[in-house]
Design a protein around this ligand. Structure first.
Ligand SMILES: Cc1ncc(C[n+]2csc(CCOP(=O)(O)OP(=O)(O)O)c2C)c(N)n1
Ligand SMILES: [Mg+2]
Length: 691
């Protein structure tokens, strides 16, 4: 390959950059350190080549390479401490993760989906994952790890450690909203984060100039509080090293975060599914090869008299043999069993709790106070429990007062306001959970959970599964939901069906104060993320008041409550609908001597199907009553299970009473018309008993 001598190469950093860094002198390094760095770069490159070969042979399915990014990645790894510092890398970080101690056998195991893969074949290759090395399992979703990275960094400083947190992404990823949410919060909290943008000029085919304001993320990032910016030539190990030296020092001494904007090259197409000749011309590709970071380092080593060409060639040969040998070894390893696909959607351990130790017998309280008391008690019990969200702190204590008094009692470290950004709330909670905290976050209204969807879907719910149980995300997401409060389209939504559809969440939806307290206390003890859905209309409702349970009262998830036994008809309900079921039961008991059984599910996931089916077998008639849209609502699942498992016992069709297929309108008469009413339930009961 034709390589221009290093000295003559123009830096990839624009000449007018205000964030340039003077390169670390080669003299600062021991020969062994430099050869080790060279060796790891060559290993990473060789793995790219090998994986592409395996793919051609039909043994692998996908590859996304690091070729061209090796110098900046190794410069970062050489400044961080494996097993101490945290890493939230992205898929192009192979050289980095090798530098932090992952082995070529592990990476090849991921490429070939063997049981020796740290995610046991659940993830695509290059979705790095290691608890031991504190490398947090990569999600494919661009930018989804940035806010969890912030949470991990906040956790490091909250614990009083001097850990640094590496958070990396490509240039395209900087257009994601989460990148700017990260910049907004990271400096305010002075989190020890090192944000590394590996700017290879392209996001698949889209060039930076079409992607980024100013054509430069470092120019754009100016103005964020406490953020130090470095702009480096990422193909030059010594220039990149200098930035990380400074950034790591800042992180360890509590001075705050850094942004390392590193100009790199992408020597391969975006992935094995891409052909870059379609959008890059031959001249451009040829020029990039001049900057090959491995050749640049080799030249420096030779020209400064540190190593001879033969020595470097010996290393290349050794690495080739090692990769061949490791490939043979990995090909001999077993593939995961089909049933392994079912493992670790949830934790396989239950918390050590004695459920329903006492009957609720304290002073009657309303539901929002029961929730508030549960938070007070659990924060007292475990100092790892922290609460944050919008307006939750200080004197306000949340727009519904569920968090009142928490900052006063436990301090600003444990109950604080977040920026008005749901992805930030959820993403940092994920990072804090990774750090061992037990975040209980509030999303102000269910209707505003959607900005956090990326976190919810691609980060939080799948963390345990995709890391094959190396990471977990125990957190509680408290969400006020539901209608009947004249809240219009965006203060009334029901959201349980959406999240029940995402493997990984446990979901509670209490109908009264005592259950809310018992379920919330359990939710905080669970090792999985919990959606805790609180009906706003029940917060201060008379019929939801209940005697307060004791501080040691925990209710199990997955166990429905038979609120009222009956023999003629079953109504399955949850949340605010339980009262409507009870109203109907009372009315028909006196009116027509019809004996209605009412089941309150308490939790949606896990679902107590057994109690439902047993009840239907007894009563032979069933109404599934839920507030959300009838069409593809959660009740549709229940109705279907009944049809599957109790068909022979039914004397009438399975009926659903639920909302009409519209958003929720504001005007009272329209809202009442589309949401389920007592009359709707009565009509259904009439139809079933006379069927
Ligand atoms: C949220 C999201 N949108 C789209 C994609 C598909 N996708 C995968 S990689 C990629 C380009 C990323 O480019 P960049 O951030 O510059 O990183 P690079 O691959 O160049 O290192 C895209 C669009 C994705 N994985 N996630
Ligand atoms: Mg890119």
């Amino acid at each position: 390959m034709s390589v221009v001598t290093v000295e003559k190469l123009e830096s990839l950093v624009p000449s007018d950059s205000k964030f340039k860094v003077r390169s670390t002198s080669i003299k600062k390094f021991k020969k062994e350190e430099l050869l080790e760095t060279f060796r790891t770069m060559v290993l990473s490159r060789r793995l790219d080549d090998k994986m592409l070969n395996l793919l051609k042979q039909g043994k692998g399915f996908f590859h996304i390479g690091s070729s061209g990014h090796e110098a900046v990645q190794l410069a970062a790894a050489r400044n961080l401490i494996s097993g101490k510092d945290w890493s939230l890398p992205y898929y192009r970080d192979m050289a980095y993760t090798l530098g932090m101690g992952l082995t070529s056998r592990q990476l090849l195991s991921a490429h070939l989906s063997r049981i020796t893969d740290t995610s046991r074949g659940k993830q695509m290759p290059s979705h790095f994952n290691s608890r031991e090395k504190k490398i947090v399992s990569v999600s494919s979703a661009i930018g989804a790890h940035l806010l969890p990275g912030l949470g991990v960094a906040q956790g490091s400083s909250m614990k009083g450690t001097d850990e640094a947190v590496y958070i990396s992404c490509g240039d395209g990823a900087t257009s994601e909203g989460s990148f700017f949410e990260l910049l907004n919060w990271v400096g305010r909290s002075k989190a020890p984060a090192i944000i590394v943008v590996q700017d290879n000029g392209y996001a698949i085919s889209v060039p930076v100039k079409d992607q980024t304001s100013n054509g430069s993320i470092s120019k754009t990032a100016v103005g964020f509080e406490n953020l130090e910016i470095f702009e480096v030539d990422g193909t030059d190990f010594f220039n990149s090293y200098a930035a990380f030296e400074k950034a790591v020092k800042r992180a360890r001494s509590g001075d705050g975060p850094s942004l390392v904007h590193s100009h790199t090259i992408r020597l391969l197409p975006h992935s094995s599914s891409d052909d870059q000749k379609k959008y890059r011309d031959a001249g451009e590709l040829e020029k990039e090869h001049l900057y090959d970071p491995i050749e640049r380092l080799a030249q420096r080593l030779i020209s400064s008299g540190i190593a001879k060409e033969e020595e470097l060639n010996d290393i290349r040969k050794e690495i080739k043999d090692q990769v061949d040998e490791d490939t043979r070894w990995v090909l001999e390893q077993d593939q995961p069993k089909p049933e392994d696909a079912l493992t670790y959607v949830f934790s396989d351990k239950d918390p050590d709790l004695e459920y329903e130790k006492s009957k609720p017998a304290g002073n009657p309280i309303v539901m929002v106070d029961a929730i508030n008391h549960a938070l007070h008690e659990e924060m007292e019990r475990d100092e790892k429990v922290i609460v944050f969200g919008e307006d939750v702190a200080e004197m306000k204590g949340g727009v519904f007062t569920a968090t009142k008094g928490l900052t006063e009692k436990f301090g600003r470290q444990r109950c604080y306001n977040s920026p008005l950004a749901e992805a930030s709330i959820l993403g940092t909670a994920c990072g804090l959970a990774i750090q061992g905290f037990r975040p209980v976050v509030e999303i102000q209204f269910g209707d505003y959970i959607w900005p956090g969807m990326q976190q919810l879907r691609n980060q939080i719910s799948t963390l345990r599964y995709r890391s094959h149980n190396q990471y977990e995300c125990p957190m509680v997401i408290r969400v006020p939901i539901g209608g009947y409060i004249h809240g219009g389209l965006c203060h009334s939504q029901n959201i349980e069906s959406i999240f029940a559809h995402m493997p990984g969440y446990k979901i509670a939806m209490p109908s009264n104060a005592a259950d809310a307290k018992g379920l919330l206390k359990t939710a905080i003890m669970l090792d999985d993320p919990v959606m805790f859905l609180e009906h706003k209309g029940l917060y201060r409702q008379g019929f939801s008041r209940a005697p307060e349970p004791d501080a040691d009262y925990y209710l199990p998830f997955g166990k429905a409550n038979v609120v009222r036994e009956g023999s003629d008809l079953t109504i399955v309900a949850y949340g605010a609908m339980v009262q409507k079921a009870v109203n109907a039961a009372k009315k028909y008991a006196s009116k027509e001597n019809v004996d209605i059984e009412v089941i309150d599910l308490r939790t949606i996931v896990p679902l107590d199907s057994e109690t439902i089916i047993n009840s239907v077998k007894k009563t032979n008639r069933v109404i599934v009553l839920y507030e959300d849209l009838e069409f593809i609502g959660f009740g549709a699942e229940i109705a279907s299970q009944i049809a599957d498992k109790a068909f022979e016992y039914l004397d009438a069709p399975v009926m659903r009473v639920a909302a009409k297929y519209t958003p929720i309108p504001f005007a009272a008469q329209m809202e009442n018309f589309i949401l389920p009413s007592d009359e709707d339930v009565e009509k259904a009961v009439d139809r079933l008993i006379h069927y």
